[in-house]
Design a protein around this ligand. Structure first.
Ligand code: GAL
Length: 441
């Protein structure tokens, strides 16, 4: 049975689901699999944004496994540089609207996939659906019981499953350099007040307390997520992004005041840095901490990150005030209608959902597998703790990483948050939230 917390996690996905159910009759998916050719020859293109340290090694786990299974097929890795898919998503949108889809592409589970490619807001039938229903694959592979039901629900719409989740990342993590903390007699802060005390001590030694890269705005949006979660709690967070609160609720106003103080203890040269550039400063000890999803663990342990050892060279703690909550970021792969090499794409999706691949992928990626039937013993201490937290914490869908809200809400808010980072004008950001808030309902 689903726990209450897990049912809440589903609210956002199911709200849209139920709304659409009442506005349309049945539509039929005319896709058949019977006439598909056998996989293993020709080429197959996998589209993602995994190019950073940890990301590329993890992607290689998938592509290597496919190549081992199908040595005669040519795999095209169409990864587009840019954390969180900021650039990849733009390119993908163009390709999808030009009817030139890759064979399979990465998308965050939740509103990003469903609201963009399955049932865009304002459309009441299946006419704009560009994705194949993958229920046949889940049934055939025995995945309906292998994946958590709540995860299947967020990649589903009107009872059809639209992508295969490969992993779960935790979004509300802060990573820190253990030597810097030890040298300065600092322990992980539990509250924002603790964080500022720690920051003052570090600044006195000339160390940047928090490194951030704001070349893209999403790392700032992650902090927006974390602070709202700390101030309002998990139930508020879910209600807010379901459009059930006031756009300028006092919790949001309070969160923006806190955000200003956090921005004040960050590096001032963030505009040219990516998330992994910022993580690298923590790896090298020129900054003490970075707020980042646990793909940062994948970076730290990779060649590019210096092959650091978890819980020895670097540690992880929850963003202040979010100890009992887990911001869920899930990477998934779907099958666009008209995929040029459909049979190969289906074969590749089988690899994505494979139990061993999911484990080996997450060991490189810093995430935990999406499947629930995995053996946790090969994970490091941080990974084991994350597996445990995922099972017990209040799960909330990430806004910064596409699960909580449609892109038509997320895009203007992300850019307003980027402006807020520079001008700290709360009224301006609250205004943009008010203007766009109806898009959450
Ligand atoms: C997230 C994605 C992660 C990681 C990160 C940075 O959106 O879910 O897998 O790649 O972006 O690129």
């Amino acid at each position: 049975m689903l726990s209450t917390t897990r049912r809440h996690f589903l609210t956002i996905a199911t709200t849209a689901f139920l709304a659409a159910m009442t506005t349309m009759g049945c539509s039929s998916d005319t896709t058949t699999t019977s006439s598909s050719p056998q996989p293993g020859t020709g080429q197959v293109e996998i589209f993602s944004w995994w190019t950073a340290g940890g990301e590329e090694e993890a992607l290689k786990v998938i592509t290597d496994d496919f190549k081992t299974r199908y040595p005669k097929a040519t795999l095209i890795n169409a990864a587009v540089v840019g954390g969180s898919g900021t650039k990849a998503r733009e390119e993908l949108k163009k390709r999808m609207s030009d009817n030139l889809p890759p064979d399979t592409f990465q998308a965050h589970g939740g509103r990003e996939l469903i609201g963009t490619y399955v049932r865009p807001r304002g459309i009441t039938d299946d006419s704009a659906n560009k994705m194949e229903d993958l229920t046949f694959l889940f049934t055939e592979q025995g995945w309906l019981s292998a994946f958590p039901k709540q995860l299947i629900d967020i990649v589903s719409f009107e009872g059809k499953i639209y992508s295969v989740p490969v992993n779960i990342h935790k979004g509300n993590s802060v990573f820190y350099n253990k030597k810097v903390f030890a040298d300065n007699n600092i322990t992980p802060p539990k509250t924002f007040a603790d964080l500022y005390t720690v920051a003052t001590a570090l600044q006195a030694k000339g160390i940047t307390p928090i490194a951030i890269g704001t070349r893209d705005s999403w790392p700032i949006t992650m902090i927006f997520d974390n602070i709202i979660l700390a101030k309002g709690g998990a139930a508020f967070f879910k209600d807010y992004f379901a459009g059930k609160k006031a756009a300028d609720d006092p919790v949001i106003k309070d969160s923006l005041e806190e955000m200003k103080k956090v921005i004040d203890i960050m590096n001032t040269d963030s505009a040219t840095l990516s998330w992994d550039d910022a993580a690298d400063r923590v790896a090298k000890g020129t900054a003490a901490m970075t707020f980042m999803g646990d793909w940062a663990k994948g970076f730290f342990t990779s060649e590019k990150g210096g092959k650091l050892v978890p819980d020895q060279d670097f540690g992880e703690f929850n963003s202040p005030g979010t100890d009992n909550a887990f911001v869920v970021v899930t990477d998934t792969f779907g099958l666009p209608k008209g995929a040029p090499a459909r049979a190969n794409a289906v074969a590749l999706l089988k690899v994505v959902g494979d139990k061993t691949v999911q484990t080996n992928f997450s060991l490189k990626k810093g995430s935990i597998p999406a499947r629930k039937d995995i053996d946790a013993s090969s994970f490091d201490s941080i990974g084991k703790a994350t597996i445990q937290e995922f099972a017990t914490a209040d799960l909330v869908p990430s806004f910064a990483h596409g699960s909580a809200a449609d892109e038509e809400f997320a895009t203007p808010i992300n850019s307003a948050i980027a402006t807020f980072f520079k001008d700290k004008d709360s009224d301006k950001l609250l205004g943009v939230l008010r203007t766009n808030f109806a898009r959450l309902r």
